[in-house]
Ligand binder design. Structure first.
Ligand code: GLN
Length: 198
């Protein structure tokens, strides 16, 4: 199974290490042609305005959007979620418009810009995940302020705010599963990756 992690900015190394623990050797993706041979791509957390500028500079926008149109698996974490959105409240960055969600950057305020919470997750394979909550690390996290009809919520904050969403084979989380030892989100992502035709 060929999967990649966008490696132009942010915490791509942590995603690669987590995938490695699941026995998958992910590729570091920096150039458009490297996208051609992968069936799934993770866009990591980091700083979305920088991520956005570098995506434009390296001509990565259209080929990443094309992957979604081709039914490949995509997952954006935190800044990566901002890039997945259809629209964001701010003018910068320009998102990729891959998921039918609206996002507000840095929406949890300065004082509480980082927090950690154990949340139940729906939709994982295996034993009932709500019995084993996921430790969610939020770092200057974006907030989902609009959910399209075809978007499923995998996890919400206690006040009902969605923080993990999926639309077909495309997923976004406002927190960082790659910063924990829990591999269940990455395993869920790998389940979405289509097996390449021989
Ligand atoms: N606050 C960052 C942004 O707006 C995202 C933070 C993160 O990825 N941890 O791009």
């Amino acid at each position: 199974m060929e999967v990649g992690v966008l490696a132009i900015q942010g915490d791509f190394a942590e995603h690669i290490a987590t995938l490695e623990r699941l026995g998958v050797e992910a590729r570091e993706i920096r150039l458009p042609h490297q996208l051609e041979t992968i069936e799934g791509l993770i866009i990591p957390g980091g700083e979305s305005t920088t991520l956005s500028r570098l995506m434009t500079l390296y001509d990565l926008r259209d080929p990443i959007a094309a992957m979604a149109a081709q039914g490949k698996a995509l997952w954006g974490t935190c800044a990566g979620m901002i890039m997945m959105a259809q629209e964001i409240t701010e003018e910068d960055p320009v998102p990729l418009g891959i998921m039918d969600i609206g996002v507000h950057r840095n929406a949890y305020g300065r004082q509480v810009d980082s927090f950690e919470l154990d949340l139940p997750i729906t939709g994982f394979a295996g034993p009932d995940s709500s019995q084993v909550p996921f430790h969610c690390v939020f770092i200057r996290a974006p907030m989902i302020n609009r959910l399209g009809d075809g978007v499923n919520v995998l996890a919400s904050l206690p006040d009902g705010e969605p923080v993990a969403v999926q639309q077909g084979k495309v997923m976004a989380t406002s927190f960082h599963p790659e910063l924990t030892n829990d591999t269940r989100f990455h395993a869920h992502f790998l389940d979405l990756v289509p097996v390449a035709a021989e």
